[in-house]
Design a protein. Structure first.
Length: 396
């Protein structure tokens, strides 16, 4: 059962040799090839929840470690920062702290100062300032008698030309300059630096991610550092699409099409078999688990585990198809919770006629929550999650 924990970190699966290489060239293979050619390039990986994005980042780290002149660092943003309070500068600070840790033995004054600055930016610092700020009174008022500062007013005249990309904020620019100091100091041991940022696909709003792209991504790349990050699914559609175009390369990590792809079906069978022996889970049970998962790796593991629990409570010595069906029914009923009439109508159209065009926030929510699955085999195909098809038919 420990091998069937969907909540365990993908690193555990890789370490315990439970990882199965997907058919064809994986996202990790493609990104590594491009990073070997362009170490300072930027890459965005987008896909549904549980599609294996984190696993691909970890495989990128594993593959790049074999390249002597590349230093790759995996950073789980959610473990270091509250995603609900994400803002520009967070990725820069995380990159600076990570790079500074590589240079902790350096006695260079510029490096030591840069490391201290990033520590201050990360955790806060105290600074003595004037008790009275000129900005605290109106420009037409006289300053207090005890004001010893010089009264000034800054006027900014806007130019006629508008740059295609807004300038970096002064605080972001300052962090970028200090990151470049660390980057230059690391060149001797690590000619190329690559950061892998995970967890950003959990953002429910696109605006914080857009701010990171606008500021942090540009600043990190200005220091000659490569970036691979996962992003929210919304960047594939409507107003979020221009954000994906800010990266050098874009990848869609979709679910595995178990209905149209025989290699995909065999791959998922291997994933289950790597974790569960035949005497515990029958072949028919494996096939049914693959079918009901819809090709979503996390759902595949969850269903196999739930089927095992069903068999255990029944006192059976082997997990069979009927146990998988029970697990799938419970899984589907959970997915159906909270749906309104409009969403049910969309799902019914997708189920009966394959009609689904993601244009509204509600449509995107159906994709994000996996009620609708998208398969990208050269051309997108949308299907309702297999565990809720029979439930939708009953409602109809």
């Amino acid at each position: 059962m420990s091998r069937l924990s969907a909540a365990s970190h993908p690193q555990v699966a890789i370490r315990e040799d439970l990882y199965v290489k997907p058919p064809g060239r994986s996202v990790a293979d493609r990104i590594v090839s491009r990073l070997e050619l362009e170490p300072a390039s930027s890459h965005l990986v987008v896909g549904g929840v549980g599609s294996g994005k984190t696993t691909q980042l970890l495989m990128i780290r594993k593959l790049l470690r074999a390249t002597e002149d590349v230093r790759v660092s995996f950073v789980d943003v959610s473990e270091r920062h509250d995603l609900s309070k994400l803002q520009a500068g967070v990725l820069l600070v995380l990159a600076g702290l990570t790079l500074g840790a590589l240079l902790k033995a350096s006695n260079d004054k510029a490096v030591k100062r840069a490391r201290e600055r990033f520590t201050n930016w990360a955790h806060g610092w105290f600074e003595e300032v004037e008790d009275f700020d000129v900005e605290d009174f109106n420009i037409d008022d006289e300053p207090p008698d005890d004001w010893e500062g010089e009264r000034r007013r800054v006027v900014r005249h806007s130019g006629v030309l508008v740059p295609p990309a807004p300038p970096l904020r002064w605080d972001i620019k300052e962090k970028s300059e200090q990151l470049d100091v660390l980057r230059q100091a690391a060149t001797g041991n690590y000619p190329h630096i690559v950061f892998l940022f995970d967890s950003l696909d959990r953002l429910t709003q696109v605006s914080p991610f857009a701010e990171l792209i606008e500021q942090d991504l540009r600043a990190i790349r200005a220091a000659g550092i490569g970036v691979v990050t996962v992003g929210p699914l919304q960047t594939m559609y409507t107003t979020g699409r221009p954000l994906a175009e800010r990266f050098d390369h874009f990848y869609h990590q979709s679910a595995v099409d178990v209905e149209k792809s025989q290699p995909g079906h065999r791959f998922l069978v291997q994933v289950v078999r790597r974790r569960v022996e035949e005497d515990l889970l029958s072949d028919a049970g494996v096939r049914r688990t693959v079918e009901l998962s819809g090709g979503v790796l996390r759902d595949l593991i969850s269903l196999a585990r739930a089927a095992g629990e069903e068999a255990y409570t029944e006192g059976a010595s082997q997990v069979r198809k009927r146990h998988v069906d029970k697990a799938g029914d419970a899984f589907g009923r959970t997915l159906m919770l909270g749906l309104d009439k409009e969403e049910l109508s969309v799902l019914q159209r997708a189920r009966t006629g394959g009609q689904f065009v993601p244009t509204s926030d509600k449509d995107l929510a159906l994709l994000v929550t996996r009620r609708v699955l998208e398969y990208a085999n050269g051309r997108s195909r949308y299907v309702v999650h297999p565990t809720i098809r029979s439930l939708l038919k009953q409602l109809e």
